[in-house]
Write a protein that binds this ligand. Structure first.
Ligand code: PEP
Ligand code: MN
Length: 357
């Protein structure tokens, strides 16, 4: 699904085979946004994202420069021939974005979750003669109905240039990634909305730069329609999301020349196995999160992590189920012994921490 409502020129000089919208998490100063846009343009990226209002989880941090930031962006965009967009969280943001002729706006994860706010923003945007494109990020929690609701709400107000953005979900537990991309679930959602382009925002999924190539590769493999990436001229001193921003020059290095779709049977089968392994890892993470809760319960009720009866029952059940599916009992028992040992280690570790409090 091409991003057809951007003029062809917007993505004409890209150094990579997929549309990229890039820019800093926040507009910080006139000089910063000017230098960033210039360097992005030098690299071939002409469509720029930058937050003028930052919805911070906790108060007291940098909350954005506000409307003046859009004035600075517009000035550079007109001068250099670029396309710009910002996050709108309130209807007055939407009106300000229109005043500065933003080519697109986005609803952030926190805004998409609020039907009243989406409604007000939709009304404000619908009053424009030349309506901007609206990018709708998923909510922080995996509530696909609300995400869809926001999209439909915008459409009802005559906004037709809609794009969805996967920025990952907070599932209450996490490993290295800041937010879980829930690839499979989002693919299902994509299949329900076949007319809607989907972008991947690897920056908010990863939360740190070293993980970006893997997530970008996966987005390409899953044929996302574009990338929405945070890029800063001096990432270390960025006022928000410093750990996940990369320089404009580094973006192209994240993107493989050829999407890793593969063609041979072996590649196809292997990628299917990769998906299953990914699902297994997800399940393990969920299992570990539950294990921690069980550990707490045991701790408050004076039970030790290892309970032999429970372990025997678990092994018996798993072997029985394994043989139902034609699996050999012995390796399955070994596997679950290992998984169980890992759970106990986690519970012991948590107990140990409590001891030291
Ligand atoms: C952002 O894109 O800078 C942002 C705040 O995103 P999200 O709403 O996904 O957290
Ligand atoms: Mn950000």
């Amino acid at each position: 699904m091409p991003l057809r409502f951007f003029p062809e020129a917007a993505f004409a000089d890209l150094p990579c085979p997929i549309p990229v919208i890039a820019g800093p998490c926040s507009i910080e100063s006139r000089e910063q946004i000017r230098e960033t846009m210039r360097r992005l343009l030098d690299c071939g990226y002409k469509v720029v994202r930058a937050g003028a209002w930052k919805p911070r989880t906790l108060p007291g941090g940098f909350e954005g420069v506000g409307e003046i930031g859009l004035e600075w962006m517009r000035e550079v965009a007109d001068e250099l021939g670029m396309w710009i967009g910002t996050e709108v969280c309130l209807e007055e943001h939407a009106r300000a974005a229109l005043r500065h002729r933003c080519d697109f706006v986005w609803l952030g994860a926190r805004t998409t979750s609020s039907p009243f706010m989406v409604e007000r923003i939709a009304v404000a945007l619908s009053e424009a003669e030349d309506k901007p494109a609206v990018l709708v990020k998923n909510l922080i929690a995996p509530d696909f109905r609300l995400w869809r609701g926001a999209i439909e709400r915008l459409r009802r107000h005559g906004l037709t240039k809609i794009v969805a953005v996967n920025r990952g979900f907070n599932l209450g537990y996490h490993g290295l990634l800041r937010n879980d991309p829930l690839w499979e679930e989002v693919d299902h959602f994509r299949s329900e909305l076949p007319d809607l382009p989907f972008l991947c925002d690897p920056s908010h999924i990863c939360g740190r730069c070293d993980l970006l190539p893997e997530i970008v590769g996966e987005a390409l493999r899953r044929s996302y329609d574009g990338l929405f990436i945070e890029s800063h001229t001096h990432p270390d001193s960025a006022l928000t999301d410093a750990a996940q921003q990369i320089t404009p020059e580094a973006i192209a290095g994240l993107i493989p020349d050829q999407p890793r779709t593969g063609s041979g049977t072996l590649t196809t089968l292997r990628s299917e196995v990769d998906r299953l392994d990914d699902a297994l890892i997800h399940l393990l993470a969920r299992r570990q999160a539950l294990t921690k809760q069980i550990g707490e319960w045991k701790h408050t009720h004076g039970l030790a992590p290892y309970q032999p009866d429970r372990f025997e029952e678990l092994l018996r059940d798993c072997s029985r189920r394994a043989s139902l599916y034609g699996l050999h009992e012995e390796p399955v028992q070994e596997l679950f012994t290992l998984i169980h040992r890992y759970s106990l280690a986690t519970q012991e570790e948590e107990e140990e921490k409590k001891h030291h409090l």
